[in-house]
Write a protein that binds this ligand. Sequence first.
Ligand code: ADP
Ligand code: MG
Ligand code: ZN
Length: 489
Amino acid sequence: MNYEAVIGLEVHAELATRSKMFCACPVVDLTQAAPNSAVCPVCAGMPGTLPVVNRQAVELGLRVALALECTPAHTSLFARKNYFYPDLPKGYQISQYEYPLAETGRLVIQTREGEKTVRIRRVHLEEDTGKLTHVHPANRDAYSLIDLNRAGVPLLEIVSEPDMHTLEQVRAYSIGLRAVLRAVAASSGDMEKGVMRFEANVSIRPVGSDQLGTRVEIKNLNSFRTMERAIAYEIARQSEVLDHGGKIDQETLGWDEDAAATYSQRSKEEAHDYRYFPEPDLPPLVVEPQWVERVRAGLPELPLARKARFERDYNLPASDADLLSADASLAQYFEETVRAAEPEGVAARMTANWILGELFSWINQSGEGLDKLKVRPAALAWLLGFVQRSEINLHTAKTVLGEMLRTGQTAGEIISTQGLRQVSDSEVIAGLVRQTLESNPDELKNFLNGKETLANWFFGLVMRSAGGKANPQVVRAELERQLAERKAK
Ligand code: ADP
Ligand code: MG
Ligand code: ZN
């Protein structure tokens, strides 16, 4: 049977606040700070303490919600999600359940088949748990370490509708969501540090069916690659089960990287297992419309809007616009170069080509970040001006850019000290062509006898005799003219 996969993602992102969700403890880097050094009675779950909502976390959550075109709730509620685990000192997690911060938005993603909309079901605030490290010494009993520095760090959960059907869509959604988180400065989205984490809900159904199959939920996926492998595995496993007349159990799965397989953690918990109830220690969270409008007005341009603007205003093909708009600092570099190069008559499309071509290949080879490049937008624009005015040819320009990137010298300096200015003078070029033809009489005879491909060979010779600096169009035209003249004789 042919199946279609149905995938919905739950994404957790740590918000980039200075302090925790419900106390004044600082948010620290787990890899840097000493374990349990940023903990107070509130986030350690001591009885008798009281939580206080972090306003900045709400504001960042609103930024994300609005960027995803969600409708923020005027009043949302915090709830207790009760369960026991050693990394959860209170015995419950404060989350939002029936009344989330915002609902019903969407994220438009880019795939090879074009744009696709993935609906967002809800965006809500909650707190992170502590971090357990399990140690298995060779000659002692295993034990576990607990670091509560992460307990109480603000988390935003973004839940999609089950609108994705391929791994490509899952990847585009995840990348797009991370770009939004970064664009609105709500989260670093850093997956290596566990700042952004995924849970994937996966089911399959016969192609053409519009009913949802029984789903599994794969927990704790920490990179795009792991998530894609786990989802691909699940799609194959479920197809196999259904093909053999079996049925899918609704369960919670983990991903075993070494075995490259999912494994069952538990049968799917139901909401009632958690005994959700409104958090009695916190008042309802009220977000007045004025606050929403202030946040909305402060949002920066989002990657998708920027892409559309690049296509429209700079006449870029969609793929170029996509690449140049995804990252704010790259987009800024591009636009500054365009602005500086415009007075020289350089088209934005030419600037885009140079950045995506020569500059990207330098960045890939050198590993140098865009912000570290010795060539700043104004310097690149100056170089492009030389090309635009045909003062240097393309080949020379690439060499000059390489030198600029290595040494930080300007195009003007390199071109004048090395005498690289292109020869466009038609008399000089006519002389070079004549000389070249006359010093190769055998080849000239072969050409006149019909070996037309020799024209290219002559072209190469003329360019070489000009030290690579001749204007290729002028050379080509002059060479054709002189060859035709000799043919006519
Ligand atoms: P919970 O995991 O807390 O039970 P939901 O029932 O709201 O929460 O679903 C969570 C996620 O599962 C959502 O992203 C949703 O899109 C996705 N989902 C729901 N049903 C299916 C299904 N049959 N197949 C794939 N994903 C699904
Ligand atoms: Mg879930
Ligand atoms: Zn604390």
